[in-house]
Design a binder for this molecule. Structure first.
Ligand SMILES: C[S@@+](CC[C@H](N)C(=O)[O-])C[C@H]1O[C@@H](n2cnc3c(N)ncnc32)[C@H](O)[C@@H]1O
Length: 118
């Protein structure tokens, strides 16, 4: 998770929502996207999930080390981040409806990436 988060990871409501899964989640936080990138190897790939792309996520051959980058529920990913990474923006094709909620978007793309890794 890249800060600012807009919520506290210590929040008892968040932990309650995580129920018994919380201990199995490897939560890591970074102060900025630049800091996240500094900690990875230079050939790490980042895919940016957005409705503003014509490239369907299922046409990407994902690698195990890839990052899937999702935006916040309210605003999505910053426009300047998308513009800087236009070649690795991908979408979940949809008709009419503006966007999925974050949890559903993550589930769809992460499942495909993991399916490809078997
Ligand atoms: C609720 S959406 C954000 C909506 C925001 N109003 C916007 O226009 O981007 C939260 C995140 O889910 C992901 N998402 C939702 N629907 C998507 C789609 N059809 N394709 C790709 N990503 C999607 C994106 O990463 C998005 O930033």
């Amino acid at each position: 998770m890249v800060k600012p988060l807009g919520f506290s990871l210590e929040d008892r409501h968040l932990k309650r929502a995580g129920l018994d899964y919380w201990d199995d989640v490897d939560v890591r936080t970074w102060d900025s996207f630049a800091e996240l990138k500094r900690g990875q190897s230079s050939n790490t790939r980042y895919f940016f999930l957005t409705t503003k792309s014509g490239r369907a996520f299922y046409n990407v051959k994902f690698h195990q080390e890839d990052f899937l980058v999702f935006g916040r529920e309210t605003k999505g990913l910053p426009e300047n981040l998308l513009a800087r990474n236009i070649d690795t923006c991908i979408t979940i094709p949809m008709q009419k409806t503006r966007s999925l909620n974050l949890a559903n978007a993550v589930a769809i793309v992460l499942f495909e990436a993991m399916r490809q890794q078997r």
